[in-house]
Design a protein around this ligand. Sequence first.
Ligand code: HEC
Length: 220
Amino acid sequence: MKNTIKILAAAIVIVSVISCQNDKKPNYQYMPNMYESVGYETYGEYSVFPGEQEAMRPVEGSIPRGWMPYDFENSNEGYQLAKDTLKNPIKYTKENEEAGKALYDIYCAICHGAKGDGKGTLVKREKILGVPSYDDVGRAITEGSIYHVMYYGINSMGSYASQTSEHERWQIVQYVEKLKADLEGKTPRIDTDVASVETPNIVAKEEEHQETTEEHKEAH
Ligand code: HEC
């Protein structure tokens, strides 16, 4: 009799202990800090943060790595200022011109035409109106204004800031200026002093930049 009570008591203890087991959860955490981090989890919800979100917007004025701020405003004044003062920082070499042509043929020729006369395929098919020729006297485009309209777009022409890097946009600017010169019957600008003027340092910098844009493209 005594034994039966003992066995029964042991059985009750075992059953009650086992019944608490839950396979879906860790049972005992001897050192909970190893499981539950004391730091905030990425994208976690915590009441201490605004909106209870660990992930917050970057501080105003933050600049993404590799991105250069563009100082001219998207306004008529900004356009005029860029037109008058903004200069192309790259050297006008044959290589930059060729790179500019390749990009121009991809992004711009469909409207502006391969020669820049405003007679691209979409214009011929009457899909878009009002595409000017680059030698349009009334517009008198400059290196700064070409860059500016590529950056922000202008009326029915969209922005190319997301498809192209800063360096690529300047290469396109060189090529648009070449098309303009061709249309006007002038000689396009080519810098012949490149080798003598540029210090090896600058050359290395240019190459480095091109590498980063390559990497950038691969990342996408
Ligand atoms: C979808 C057609 C289209 C494409 C593609 C396009 N443009 Fe334009 N572009 C226009 C139109 C339309 C205008 C005239 C906008 C206006 O002033 O109303 C214009 C105007 C311009 C002007 C003159 C702006 C001024 O200062 O008056 C330049 C320079 C120019 N585009 C360059 C480019 C370059 C460079 C590319 C390629 C990166 C490009 N465009 C791609 C349609 C296009």
